[in-house]
Design a protein around this ligand. Structure first.
Ligand code: BMA
Length: 338
């Protein structure tokens, strides 16, 4: 039996499977949970991250405006399903003026570590994407730190605790456009400012759904089998990219080592809100909420760059499925020392 290491969360959102699923991940039947015009200026709300907060939930949401400027907004929820998202974007304090000035902000992730909620996002710096880092205690006041990496980089995903004394972050070095390549790398930091010991985690797969590029998704979940990572895998068709959700398990002590990696997707665009929208055929995981007692996991994902959807799984079932269908290549297992 695989167990989640962490807190119990009896009030997390949950819906039982119908029983006819062929995969271990199933959608919430009232998706999308957040519609595109949910804030005053939004044209789409997607690729967003949520965490347990107080006796409910809080999050940071990507809301693209009606002029398609990209920014991040705080939001709150009692049940994890019905969200109240601020009309004004997050304002950060404390950053060096050169870092505070930014062209755009998108695809936030939120991760509780020790005593605060860290936020990472894709930060436009002099027109180039890189990883912005900040933190909050209350989702009202936010402090910004230095950008983690040089451009170009996207999909900065923190681990929820220090490993061997350091913070760890996944990221995906990229280019300034729609990036026709991309592997997941990992970096360490003692202070959340200086990042180093960069190691390769895994690259695109042989399988069609992840044969162009991959990127980190939700903050990894600590389990008795290793770090459970939901990530996105991308393929290319004559109508553009298709983004699916994949699963992998990383070594607890040495998370650059991939123990298992599922050869099939866990979820791929097939509902109207995933296939139809600003960018069709996108399912893009950015967060999970989970309960260690029951092993229940809710996955929050952006759908068609327009909506937020939610899907469910159970830790023992999904880990067993990933192990049964695992294809790990030699480059995936190398601890990054070449
Ligand atoms: C990526 C990012 C994501 C987006 C995806 C699909 O490059 O820009 O924010 O969801 O493309 O358009």
């Amino acid at each position: 039996m695989t167990k989640i290491v962490g807190k119990d969360l009896p009030n997390m959102p949950w819906q039982e499977p119908k029983g006819n699923e062929k995969l271990p991940v199933w959608r919430y039947d009232a998706n999308p949970i957040i519609e595109r015009f949910a804030t005053k200026n939004s044209n789409s709300i997607f690729n967003s991250a949520v965490v347990p907060f107080g006796d409910g939930f809080a999050g940071v949401f990507r809301c693209d405006s009606k002029s398609i400027s990209m920014d991040i907004f705080a939001g709150f929820s009692k049940d994890g399903i019905n969200w109240d998202i601020n009309d004004e974007p997050v304002t950060f304090e404390g950053a060096h003026p050169e870092v505070a000035k930014r062209d755009y902000r998108y695809d936030p992730r939120v991760c509780f570590i020790e005593d605060r909620y860290y936020v990472t996002w894709c930060n436009g710096y002099h027109g180039y994407p890189t990883i912005g880092v900040g933190y909050t205690f209350d989702f009202k006041t936010f402090t910004q730190l230095e950008n983690a990496f040089l451009p170009f980089n996207r999909n900065g995903v923190l681990f929820p605790r220090k490993i061997n004394g350091n913070y760890y972050m996944l990221s995906r070095p990229s280019d300034n456009g729609h990036t026709p390549f991309g592997d997941i790398f990992i970096s360490e930091s003692a202070d959340m400012v200086y990042w180093g010991k960069h190691r390769h985690v895994m690259g695109k797969g042989e399988e069609w759904w992840q044969n162009v590029k991959i990127g980190g998704g939700a903050a990894p979940i600590e389990t008795s089998e290793g770090w459970l990572l939901f990530y996105h895998g991308v393929t290319e068709t004559c109508n553009g990219y298709v983004y699916s959700i994949g699963g992998a398990i990383l070594d607890i002590e040495q998370p650059s080592v991939v123990k298992y990696r599922c050869s099939t997707f866990l979820l791929t665009p097939e509902e109207w809100y995933e296939e139809r929208g600003f960018v069709p055929n996108v399912t893009f995981p950015c967060a999970t909420i989970h309960d260690s007692k029951s092993g229940r996991i809710a996955i929050y994902y952006g759908a068609a760059d327009t909506y937020v959807g939610m899907a469910f799984t159970e830790v023992n079932e999904v880990v067993a499925y990933i192990k049964e269908n695992s294809v790990v290549t030699e480059t995936d297992t190398e601890p990054g020392i070449r």
